[in-house]
Design a protein around this ligand. Structure first.
Ligand SMILES: [Ca+2]
Ligand SMILES: [Ca+2]
Ligand SMILES: [Ca+2]
Ligand SMILES: [Ca+2]
Length: 343
């Protein structure tokens, strides 16, 4: 009896640890897909990109202390992302029992009023950004100010984004945002000089959070989209080290060179892409021998090896966590790497 109980608890512990690490993987890397038609920033989610995109949770309590419980109805939130070459689009749905902006001066206690906070590190360099533009922490208020720490002073960077918030239900608010992306040479007096265009395979540091104040003078809850080390749960405004990862993915992308997709020859084809449980691999007759392939994750870690693949073969990827992978192979002097998405 004692022995079987012990096994049972061991099983429970294993289950808890594995489901936690899976959740962390899922939340900390987000994939955003292109908006293929214009996005109207009007506080409405009628745009095609929002119909197509999936929700990501804003559910990790960063403050008052890590994983603190929240009162029922105090806050819940989620967000979607989309992009085109000019903007990162963000749709945030927030349920908040009280919406308030108690400090009239936008620079005064801006983190202690209700606001959506966008953390973005354009080149995913990580590192310190409190008094520089290595990364940004936009505090987007209900009056559409966007305060962040600049070189020495806080600056209102409201021109870096367009935002419209609308009330869509009882205590339910929809924020629709088009964010311009800048590199670390950003200068508020000449922003366009450091404007970055967005492209397939671009990797950025990104987290989203909500500063929840309910008609008091201080922030009650700070809830984010990513897991944090508990002793650094309020550090995203200082450093980009703990931000999540955002990968821009265009499933229709073909040709050209990019950071991750090294193939120029269309030697190997994968479909469907994105895929659920199976991918089918097809390759040209140039490949005669050694048709061994490998699936690697975004960190370059091998997650599956498939030997003696034949063209048209189905590969079961049902056990892989949701994410972006590359299928790699080398045959003689031909090598190829194709990216695919497991959803
Ligand atoms: Ca819209
Ligand atoms: Ca609240
Ligand atoms: Ca950076
Ligand atoms: Ca509030």
């Amino acid at each position: 009896m004692k022995f079987s109980m012990r096994i049972f608890f061991l099983f429970l512990t294993t289950l808890t640890i594995s489901s936690f690490s899976f959740a962390q993987t899922q939340q900390d890397t987000i994939y955003a897909y292109p908006a293929k038609s214009p996005v109207v920033i009007d506080g409405s989610d009628a745009d095609q990109c929002w119909i197509d995109a999936e929700w990501n949770p804003i559910s990790v309590v960063w403050l008052p202390y890590y994983n603190a419980p929240m009162e029922e109805g105090d806050f819940s939130g989620r967000f979607k992302l989309a992009w085109d070459s000019l903007y990162l689009y963000i749709l945030v749905e927030v349920v908040d029992d009280s919406l308030s902006d108690d400090h009239i001066n936008p620079f005064d206690n801006y983190w202690n009023d209700d606001c959506v906070e966008i953390f973005i590190d354009e080149d995913r360099s990580m590192g310190y950004h409190q008094n520089n533009y290595n990364a940004f922490a936009y505090h987007v208020s209900i009056t559409y100010d966007a305060i962040d720490g600049g070189t020495g002073n806080n600056v209102n960077l409201k021109n870096n984004l367009s935002v419209v918030m609308d009330t869509i239900g009882e205590k339910t608010y929809l924020w629709e945002i088009a964010l311009k992306v800048y590199d670390k040479t950003f200068n508020p007096n000449n922003p366009e000089a450091s404007r970055v265009t967005l492209f397939h395979n671009k990797l950025m540091g990104f987290s989203l959070a909500y500063c929840d104040n309910d008609e008091t003078t201080s922030r009650e809850n700070f809830i984010g989209s990513t897991f944090m080390p508990s002793n650094h749960s309020n550090d995203n405004y200082i450093t980009a080290d703990y931000m999540g990862t955002l990968l821009l993915v265009d499933p229709d992308y073909s040709g050209g060179t990019s950071v991750r997709d090294i193939s120029k020859k269309k030697v190997v084809q994968i479909f469907p892409n994105p895929a659920d449980d199976y991918i089918t691999v097809q390759f040209s007759s140039e490949i005669q021998q050694n048709k061994n392939m490998e699936i690697v994750d975004l960190n370059g870690r091998s997650v599956m090896e498939i030997n003696n693949v034949i063209s048209g073969q189905q590969i079961n990827i049902g056990n892989l966590p949701k994410g972006v992978y590359s299928l790699k192979f080398i045959s003689g002097n031909i090598s190829d790497e194709k990216m695919f998405i497991k959803r």
